[in-house]
Design a protein around this ligand. Structure first.
Ligand code: TEU
Length: 546
C-alpha cells in the first residue's frame, strides 16, 4: 500500500520576495505585492508557495543573513502582512513554506553581537570560534562558498569565527544544545502561525566538525534532524525540504526515508553540478550532455522508488534560468520551455517551479559588473579578475551561471519595468519583458504558462504521475529523453527531443502503443509506431492501458 502524503500531489512555487512584486514603488518586492498575485498563482494551480527569506536582515545576501528570526524585514512588510498572506493563501488552497536559514545568522543578530563581545559571554558558544594557528594565521584552510577564507579574525577578542558563506554570515554552533533549543522554539512559533512547512537552507552543513575538516554530512547531522522533527514539525502535517548539495541517493534515503522521522524530501543538485568544471566550478560549465543528464535523473528516480521522495526542479534563485541553460531562447523559446517542463513534471516527485519559469524567463544580458548585485558574483569577480581572468570572460560566465540570472524582476506585463514596480527596481529588469510576460501568456492557451498550468493540473488527476514506477528507455540516445511511468493498468509514455532539429527514433516494442495524449507542445499524437519523428524540442506524453 502507498503511504500517501498531501505533498506528493502538490506543486510548489518558489517566490524570491525581493524580485516578485513591488506594491509601494520602492523598487523592492514585498508581501502585499505577493498577496496581490495570489489569484495568479491559484489559477496556475500551485498549492504551496516556498518563500525565500522575508525576515529582518541587513541583506548582505538578500535575506539569507537573518538578524531577527521572528521579525519581517521592513522593505517586505510587517507581521500583520505576513499573517494576512497566510490567511489569503489558505483561502485559495495554498500553503506557505518558509525558508529556515539556521546554519548561520547575520553578524547583526543579537546572539552574534553578544558572542563577539567577550570570550566568556554566555552567547560565545552559539558560534564557532578558534584561536589563530601556531604561526598566528588562519585556524585552517577552510574556504567560504563565496570565495576567500571561511575564517574572519574578530579584533575584539583576537579569535577567528567561522563563516562558510560571507563574513557577515557567522555559522551557528549546532553542537550547543541551547542553539538547537532556540531554533526549535522559533520554528514552533512560525508553525503556530499556520505555515505549511520549511525549506531548510544548506541543512547538510549543520553537523559540521571543522577541526576534522568536515563541513557537510557530519556524524550528528541526522541526530539533529531527528531531534528537530521530534521537537517541532513531527506532530504536524507539513512539507519539509532540505537543501543538500552533498546529498547522494544513499543519504537522501536517510533524510527522507519513511521510518526516519526526518524530512519530506531534499533538494539534491547532481543534475546541476555534474556539468561544473573541476577547477572553475559553475563559472566555466562543461558542455551539456543529455546522456549524462538522463543517467542522473534515472539514478535518483530509481533509488527513491520504494522509499524516500524526490524533489523535482530545474531552477531556483541560485541557478541560471532553465530555458537558457537547457533549452533554446532564440529559435525555440516556447517549444523548449514547454519541453523542459513536460520532462520534469511527469517524473515521480514534488515539482518546484521557480518564479518566472512558468513564462520562460531567461538569463540576463548584462555587460558590466555594475549591473550585478549578488554577493557571490561580486566576490568571485574580484577574485577571478585578480587571478588574471579577463573581466569580459567573467561577465560571459556570470551571464551564463551567476545567481542574478534568476533574480531579475518578475515580468508581469509589457508596462515599464515589466509591471514589477512603479519605481526604480533594485536590479534591472530583463529587457525582453515586452515579449516575455505573464499578462500576454495568461490569455493565450498556447503559451508556456498555459502549458505549466496543464501539467500542474494533470498531477492532480492522474495517480500514475504521482506514484507510477519510473523506467527509462533509450538511455544512450544522444538527443531524446524517453521514460515511462506505470501504475497498475496505466502506463504513461513521455518522449522529448532536446535538439533544435527533427530527430527520428526507433522505438522499443513495449512502447509502440496507442493512447491518449495528455499533453504535448505540437499537435496531439495518439500512437507511437516503430519509429517516431520528433520536431524541434517536441515533447508529449501518451497515457495507455496495459
Ligand atoms: O545556497 C547554498 C549554496 O551553497 C549556494 O550559495 C550555492 O552553492 C551557490 O549559489 C552555487 O555557486 C543557500 C541559498 O540558497 C543561497 O541563496 C544562500 O546564499 C546560501 O545558502 C547561504 O545562505
Amino acid at each position: 500500500a502507498i503511504d500517501r502524503k498531501w505533498w506528493h500531489t502538490a506543486t510548489v512555487y518558489q517566490i524570491y520576495p525581493r524580485s516578485f512584486c513591488d506594491s509601494d514603488g520602492d523598487g523592492v518586492g514585498d508581501i502585499p505585492g505577493i498577496i496581490s498575485r495570489l489569484d495568479y498563482l491559484q489559477s496556475l494551480g500551485i498549492t504551496v508557495i516556498w518563500l525565500s527569506p522575508i525576515f529582518t536582515s541587513p541583506m548582505d545576501d538578500n535575506g539569507y543573513d537573518i538578524s531577527d528570526y521572528q521579525g519581517i524585514a521592513p522593505e517586505f512588510g510587517t507581521l500583520t502582512d505576513f499573517d494576512r498572506l497566510v490567511a489569503e493563501a489558505r483561502k485559495r488552497g495554498i500553503g506557505i513554506v518558509l525558508d529556515l536559514v539556521v546554519n548561520h545568522t547575520s553578524d547583526e543578530h543579537p546572539w552574534f553581537r553578544e558572542a563577539r563581545s567577550s570570550t566568556d559571554n554566555p552567547y560565545r558558544d552559539y558560534y564557532i570560534w578558534r584561536r589563530p594557528s601556531a604561526e598566528g594565521g588562519l585556524p585552517s584552510a577552510l574556504e567560504s562558498t563565496f570565495g576567500g577564507p571561511a575564517w574572519t579574525l574578530d579584533p575584539q577578542t583576537g579569535e577567528y569565527y567561522l563563516h562558510l558563506f560571507s563574513r557577515r554570515q557567522p555559522d551557528l554552533n549546532w553542537e550547543n544544545p541551547q542553539v538547537r533549543a532556540e531554533v526549535y522554539r522559533m520554528m514552533n512559533w512560525w508553525l503556530d502561525r499556520g505555515i505549511a512547512g520549511f525549506r531548510m537552507d544548506v541543512i547538510d552543513l549543520i553537523g559540521k566538525q571543522v577541526d576534522a575538516g568536515i563541513t557537510s554530512d557530519g556524524p550528528h547531522l541526522h541526530d539533529y534532524l531527528q531531534e528537530m522533527n521530534r521537537e517541532t514539525f513531527g506532530s504536524r502535517d507539513v512539507l519539509t525540504v532540505g537543501e543538500a548539495w552533498s546529498a547522494t541517493p544513499t543519504s537522501a534515503l536517510l533524510y527522507s526515508g519513511r521510518d526516519r522521522q526526518e524530512l519530506s524530501m531534499v533538494f539534491q543538485f547532481e543534475h546541476v553540478t555534474q556539468f561544473w568544471d573541476q577547477t572553475y566550478g559553475k563559472w566555466r560549465p562543461r558542455p551539456f550532455d543529455l546522456v549524462a543528464l538522463k543517467a542522473v535523473f534515472g539514478k535518483w528516480q530509481t533509488a527513491l522508488a520504494e522509499d524516500g521522495w524526490n524533489s523535482l526542479f530545474w531552477g531556483n534563485h541560485d541557478l541560471p534560468r532553465a530555458v537558457s541553460r537547457y533549452g533554446d531562447t532564440t529559435g525555440f523559446h516556447v517549444e523548449s520551455a514547454k519541453m523542459l517542463a513536460t520532462v520534469l513534471h511527469l517524473m515521480k516527485g514534488t515539482p518546484f517551479v521557480y518564479q518566472g519559469e512558468e513564462i520562460g524567463m531567461t538569463n540576463v544580458p548584462f555587460t558590466s559588473i555594475d549591473q550585478y548585485k549578488d554577493i557571490e558574483t561580486l566576490n568571485m569577480h574580484r577574485l577571478h579578475v585578480e587571478a588574471g581572468l579577463s573581466p569580459d570572460d567573467f561577465i560571459r560566465g556570470a551571464n551564463e551561471s551567476g545567481r542574478d540570472n534568476a533574480r531579475t524582476p518578475m515580468q508581469w506585463s509589457s508596462a515599464p519595468q515589466g509591471g514589477f514596480t512603479t519605481g526604480s527596481p533594485w536590479i534591472e529588469v530583463n529587457p525582453n519583458f515586452a515579449t516575455v510576460n505573464a499578462e500576454t501568456q495568461v490569455e493565450d492557451d498556447q503559451s508556456i504558462w498555459s502549458h505549466y498550468r496543464k501539467l500542474i493540473d494533470l498531477r492532480k488527476h492522474h495517480q500514475v504521475i504521482v506514484y507510477g514506477r519510473y523506467q527509462s528507455w533509450l538511455d544512450q540516445h544522444p538527443d531524446v529523453f524517453v521514460y515511462s511511468r506505470t501504475l497498475e493498468g496505466d502506463r504513461l509514455v513521455v518522449l522529448a527531443n532536446f535538439r533544435p532539429h527533427e530527430v527520428t527514433v526507433t522505438m522499443p516494442d513495449e512502447l509502440q502503443v496507442r493512447g491518449r495524449c495528455l499533453i504535448g507542445n505540437y499537435t496531439d499524437m495518439d500512437r507511437i509506431g516503430e519509429t517516431v519523428t520528433l520536431r524541434p524540442y517536441e515533447a508529449f506524453a501518451l497515457l495507455c492501458h496495459l
